[in-house]
Each structure stands twice: as C-alpha cells, then as structure tokens.
Design a protein around this ligand. Structure first.
Ligand code: 6PG
Length: 237
C-alpha cells in the first residue's frame, strides 16, 4: 500500500491521468488490452475530463464499472451517462461495458456478472482488472459497499439499496472478490470532509464491517491511495 498526496484535486487528476496512460500502455503491450473498472461520484470526474485530452489506442481499452446507480442513463445520477459526456464521446470509446441500469438491481447485477464472465481470466470467472478506480464516502464506503453490508461476499456483483447523500439508492456493485484480484487499485479521496474517516481507514483499527474501504487489499496487486492535502490533513504522514 502506498499513499500519494497532492496539493489539490486538480494536481491529483493531472498526475493520475499520466499514470493511467502509462498503466494502459503497459497492459496493452503485455496483454493486448487494458481492462479498467471506473468509479462513479464527483472525485474522478476531473480525471475523466483530463483523459479525454490524452493520446492512446482507446480501441484497446475496455471500460467497466465498479458500481452503478440503477437509474436511466439520462439521469444525472447515472455514472455511465455522466462519464459518456466528459470522456467516452470525446475519445469515441468502442469498448464500454455499462451496467444495464434500467433493469431492476437484481437483474442488473446478474446481467453484469454475465458480462464480466466474458472477460474471465482463468481460474477466475471474472476479469483480473489491470486497474480499478475507487472513491470513498465520508462514511467509509467504497464503490457501493456500505457500512454494515455483508463482508464475506462470494459473488462478483451485488444488488444494493443504500442511502447516501441525495444519491440514487438502488445500485449494483462489484465486490472485494473482484477488486482484490486486480493488478492495481487506486483509491481517490479529496477534501477536508473525508479527513477524519480517511485517518480511521488508513491508520485506525481494522473494522471492515464499519469501514468498507478497508475491505480493499489486492492479493497480488498494488493499492495506491491518491489523496489531496485536505483529505490527508489528519494523517501521521
Ligand atoms: C458512486 C461511487 C461511490 C463514490 C463515493 C464518493 O457511484 O457513488 O462509486 O463509492 O466513490 O460515494 O463520492 P464522491 O467522489 O462524490 O465524494
């Protein structure tokens, strides 16, 4: 696990975009394609905007989602719909594996498990992502793994109903089963509002049922916290 602290969210997004392109080029050279799971929420949006200006063989990049809110694509609460405007349309993305958020959560989760199985890397029945992007809520949730949710999940996806801020409650999420098989996981966290929780998650007692972000620890991969000074203001760094 490593922690990279940036001046602010702009510097974080700028540097993260460079790292993303490097990771993509490396995976494409090694395996012919780059499998990445994106995060919803506001924090990664600046990164997606910056990626739209980067040069890459985007046909070799397969975009998946770590979680999605079960609302129509046109809804401002739909992560795919928001990212389509700032990134996919700008790079003419051809391999976007979106969650069918118009379905009921259980059906959307089942459907997404099937989509993931098409990119399975033996012996797994789901992809070993080259990169997973995650955020963290001020309650310690990540993707749509919320405090109090089951921790010993044995399925790649889950249908979830959770109330966080005024965001859509019905969601589907990938699970730690998938995230912890990734080659690289980046947790992007910014703002003073998350400083207290971030300190507990990184330096506090291991309580994964209370702080789902603590459930993310790649088995054979890197975990990188990319944070700004405000979010890291309470860390003993
Ligand atoms: C989602 C995300 C969620 C998000 C956090 C942080 O789709 O809602 O996957 O886990 O990363 O809620 O959201 P912000 O970046 O907006 O603070």
């Amino acid at each position: 696990m490593s922690i990279k602290i940036f001046r602010d969210s702009s510097e974080l997004s700028q540097v993260a975009a460079k790292y993303f392109i490097e990771a993509a080029k490396h995976a494409i050279a090694e395996r012919g394609r780059f499998l990445v799971a994106l995060s919803g929420g506001s924090t990664p949006m600046k990164l997606y905007e910056r990626l739209a200006d980067e040069t890459l063989d985007w046909r070799r990049v397969h975009f998946f989602w770590g979680d999605e809110r079960c609302v129509p694509v046109e809804d401002s609460g739909n992560s795919y719909g928001q990212t389509k405007k700032v990134l996919f349309d700008k790079i003419n993305a051809v391999n976007v594996h979106r969650v069918k958020s118009e379905l009921q959560p259980d059906a959307a989760a089942t459907d997404y498990t099937h989509i993931l199985s098409k990119f399975a890397e033996s012996p797994l029945d789901f992809p070993r992502f080259d990169l997973v992007l995650l955020g963290m809520g001020d309650d310690g949730h990540t993707a749509s793994l919320f405090p109090g949710s089951p921790i010993d999940v044995t399925t790649p996806t889950l249908a979830v109903t959770a109330h966080y801020q005024k965001r859509p409650a019905n969601r589907i999420t990938l699970t730690p089963l998938v995230f912890n098989q990734a080659r690289e996981v980046w947790l992007l966290v910014t703002g003073y509002g998350k400083a207290e929780t971030l300190k507990k998650v990184i330096e506090g007692e291991f309580k994964p049922e209370v702080y789902p972000a603590q459930r993310i620890h790649p088995i054979d991969g890197n975990l990188v916290w990319m944070i700004d000074r405000a979010a890291g203001s309470l860390l003993n760094q």
